[in-house]
Design a protein around this ligand. Structure first.
Ligand code: NAD
Length: 473
């Protein structure tokens, strides 16, 4: 096992290293012990980052071809440092090293894909009297705030389109996972002009300072619903633009015609990827009564077969939960489900006595109204809910404030598509879940978010429309 220390990691402000007076501990979730520390950004340093981003905006917005080239250079830089970044990511986040490497490869892919997106200029009207063009202008300084489940990729989903559109940025990772993002800032500082991408680290308070900062014109936030509402409220007095990517409680609805042995594995990994810590993971599965027994058995066997362990061990398929509050929340929801009559088919308790490991857990005999079904568990626990009538299952799937994604499973694809269209959510998958692509808009309905990321639609979220209306003659 590598025992490298990143304690010298610095924030990136105005293209240079900014060290801090104070540092805060970063815990390895596989041990529950601090293994490193990150800089605590002061208010003065945040002001300096904002001033630098504002100054850099003046030139950065002018040269679109240069911005495209810069994004490709960012992709190359990430690829060159992918092994080092993956090691840091696994140690602070917990995911298996191969998955961390996949996150880095995805980040590079997102940069190269975004570099090729068009910045559209549309003609609304062109007649004898006027020519009306609809153009896109950058906002200015973007405040980007990210969570701890996919620290690198969720940051790149913001950096790449924001920078291509001509904005500059101040980025803050979660205090649970600041290190890979800080290191990425150091790497990209060598390939981007000073001030274009500033990376700061600190606690939740730093996020609040950013959303209230007068320099910021756009906030791009990924995190929980509760914090998302605070961000929206903080943006309101200054009418800052916001994109909010928030939590989910994704339903999967299985139709009676599926081959259970075929779909169970995909449903399982749709729920348990990243130890269940995915905003759009399957968080409850509705199964017809006719298939309920076989589906519970299959899912239980899959859960018992997972190799859970330290992400740095090559044979680990699943790591620990990322942090103590989340670990305790998952335990609390499982205990509540047991009290409500849930039948634990697999797992149901923590693994070992060190770190935040929790056994992959399948719980049956639950109905809506139990916390594990109604709330976002964000962990390796899946409630399996029986249904008798498909329309009733769809109604229950939609009876929530969440609306991030969902999936429908059937051997009749047309039927599944029809049911998918009835789900009140931002993305509805058919016979798959979690297939998130750079090309496809991703965002939530209802409390799961405002706006989308990715594809041309995500890019436009980092722009404002400007209408140029020219009189002829
Ligand atoms: P969180 O809301 O606690 O924190 C997210 C970020 O917001 C962190 O960087 C945090 O420091 C910062 N923050 C906290 N208080 C703030 C405030 N008052 N003002 C500004 N920033 C503040 O979320 P989390 O626990 O880190 O992440 C898990 C949540 O994120 C889950 O609900 C998950 O579903 C959601 N998520 C959503 C998506 C998506 O794309 N929709 C993707 C990943 C995660």
């Amino acid at each position: 096992m590598t025992t490298m220390s990143t304690e010298s990691l610095s924030m990136t402000i105005d293209g240079a290293a900014a060290t801090a007076v104070a540092r805060f501990d970063v815990i390895n979730p596989a041990t529950g012990e601090p293994f490193d520390a990150a800089p605590e950004c002061s208010r003065e340093q945040l002001d300096a980052a904002m001033a630098s981003a504002a100054a850099a905006f003046v030139d950065w917005r002018r040269d679109e071809p240069a911005r495209r080239r810069a994004l490709v250079t960012c992709a190359d830089a990430i690829t060159r440092h992918a092994d080092e970044l993956a090691q840091i990511l696994t140690r602070e986040q917990g995911k298996p090293l191969a998955k961390a490497a996949g996150e880095l490869a995805g980040a590079a892919k997102w940069f190269t894909y975004t570099a090729k997106l068009e910045m559209p200029v549309e003609v609304a009207l062109d007649n004898a009297r006027v020519r009306v063009e609809v153009r896109r202008r950058p906002h200015g300084v973007v405040a980007a705030i990210t969570p701890w489940n996919y620290p690198v990729s969720l940051a790149v989903w913001k950096i790449a389109p924001a920078l291509l559109a001509g904005n500059t940025m101040v980025l803050k990772p979660s205090p649970f996972t600041p290190l890979a993002t800080l290191r990425m800032g150091e790497i990209l500082r060598d390939v981007l002009p000073s001030g274009v991408l500033n990376v700061v680290s600190g606690g939740d308070e730093l996020g609040a300072w950013m959303t209230a900062h007068p320099t910021v014109r756009k906030i791009s936030f990924t995190g929980s619903v509760a914090t998302g509402k605070l961000v929206a409220a903080a943006a309101a007095p200054d009418l800052k633009r916001v994109t909010l990517e928030l939590g989910g409680n994704d339903p999967a609805i299985v139709l009676p015609d599926v081959d259970v042995s075929l779909v169970a594995k995909r449903i399982f990994w749709g729920a348990f990827e990243n130890c269940g810590q995915v905003c759009s993971a399957i968080k409850r599965v509705y199964v017809p009564e006719s298939l309920y027994g076989p589906m519970l058995t299959e899912l239980g066997e899959l859960a018992r077969g997972v190799q859970v362990g330290d992400g740095l061990d090559a044979d680990s398929q699943m790591g620990p939960l990322n942090n103590r509050p989340q670990f305790e929340r998952v335990q609390e929801l499982v205990e509540d489900a047991k009290r409500a009559g849930g039948k634990v088919v697999a797992g149901g308790q923590r693994l070992g006595d060190r770190g935040y490991f929790f056994a992959p857990t399948i719980i049956g005999e639950l109905q809506d109204g139990v916390r594990l079904v109604d709330e976002e568990q964000f962990g390796p626990v899946l409630p399996v809910v029986p249904y008798a009538d498909l329309d009733d299952a769809v109604e229950r799937a939609n009876a929530t404030h969440f609306g991030l994604s969902g999936s429908v499973w059937s051997s009749d694809v047309a039927k599944a598509e029809e049911v998918a269209g009835r789900l009140e959510c931002g993305t509805a998958w058919v016979n798959q879940h979690l297939n998130v692509l750079p090309h496809a808009p991703f965002g939530g309905a209802k409390w799961s978010g405002i706006g989308v990321e990715n594809g041309p639609w995500g890019l436009l979220g980092f722009t404002e429309i400007q209408t140029i209306n020219v009189a002829k003659g």
